[in-house]
Design a protein around this ligand. Structure first.
Ligand code: ARG
Ligand code: ZN
Ligand code: CA
Length: 268
């Protein structure tokens, strides 16, 4: 359908006890900058949409969706959609996923939960796939208490404080665009095929067959599997500055997931 999707968002900042705006306790401005990146990227209002190569412009997809920081908390009280809690650990990995999310959580039927924290090593973020009948989502976790995305505080938002090497390549907020793509049912563009061409790929018909992930910033065109790689896609692994598109079929897949999901897609 053409209906606009509204996604109420809660950002849980699981910090290490710093003052607001310092270290892991990222500022409200940084959070607002990330919401803008999501809205720009999913609606294809991103300033770098013109960097999409000419041959991919016709398949570039735009969604009619608005991510909105929640204005009501689960009790119906006024909120800015940001919850700040000092965590019980100084760093978190996927093996601490349940404990991280239990620190602060709002019902996944009503909100997109985004946890921002200090992830261990070089993990930038991760997501839980939605429960769906669509091919490629058989391994979805149906635990509502862990539904949402987790993002490292260094790569959340697009305000660059220039403090950390890793951040330089991932400072435009596209890690969250990528993880919300997973949350809405998208697989990696190369289908996690590990070097093989063909196969099921990403279950999306208008993304070119790709056998492995891309990284860094490449020059277009790059040919693998006999076609030009769409390394500009948000579901590849290139640097933030070099990704600028979803495809129309990726958008259709995300809309199908939302239409068949118990998750809220209107404002309360
Ligand atoms: N490694 C992460 C994942 O697989 C995120 C990659 C994000 N890439 C980026 N350019 N920000 O979900
Ligand atoms: Zn991914
Ligand atoms: Ca494909």
């Amino acid at each position: 359908s053409e209906d606009k999707l509204y996604i109420p968002v809660v950002v849980h900042v699981i910090h290490r006890g710093e003052a607001v705006g310092v270290g892991t306790n990222i500022s409200d401005e940084q959070i607002v900058s990330q919401i803008k990146v999501l809205n720009d990227d999913f609606n294809r209002l991103n300033a770098d949409a013109s960097n999409t190569p000419a041959e991919f412009q016709s398949v570039a997809g735009s969604m009619t969706i608005e991510f909105v920081l929640a204005k009501q908390d689960p009790d119906g009280e006024e909120t800015n959609g940001i919850v700040r809690v000092r965590g019980s650990r100084t760093s978190w990995s996927t093996s601490n996923d349940g404990a991280l999310k239990a620190t602060s959580y709002w019902p996944a039927e009503d909100y997109l939960n985004i946890w921002v924290t200090n992830l261990s090593s070089t993990l930038l973020g991760y997501a839980q796939f939605p429960v769906s009948d669509l091919a490629g989502l058989e391994d979805a976790d149906d635990n509502r208490l862990t539904d949402g995305v987790v993002i490292d505080y260094l790569v959340f938002g697009s305000i660059d404080d220039g403090s950390f090497d890793l951040e330089d390549d991932f400072n435009k907020g596209r890690t969250t665009t990528h993880e919300v793509g997973h949350y809405l049912g998208l697989r990696h563009i190369w289908g996690d095929d590990d070097g093989a061409c063909g196969g099921d790929g990403d279950y999306v018909s208008d993304t070119p067959d790709q056998s492995e992930e891309s990284s860094g910033c490449l020059t277009h065109p790059q040919t693998t599997c006999g076609v030009h790689k769409m390394f500009q896609n948000y579901m590849d692994y290139t640097d933030d500055a070099c990704m600028n598109m979803f495809t129309q079929e990726q958008v259709n897949r995300m809309i199908t997931v939302m239409e068949n999901s118990p998750r809220r897609k209107t404002l309360p």
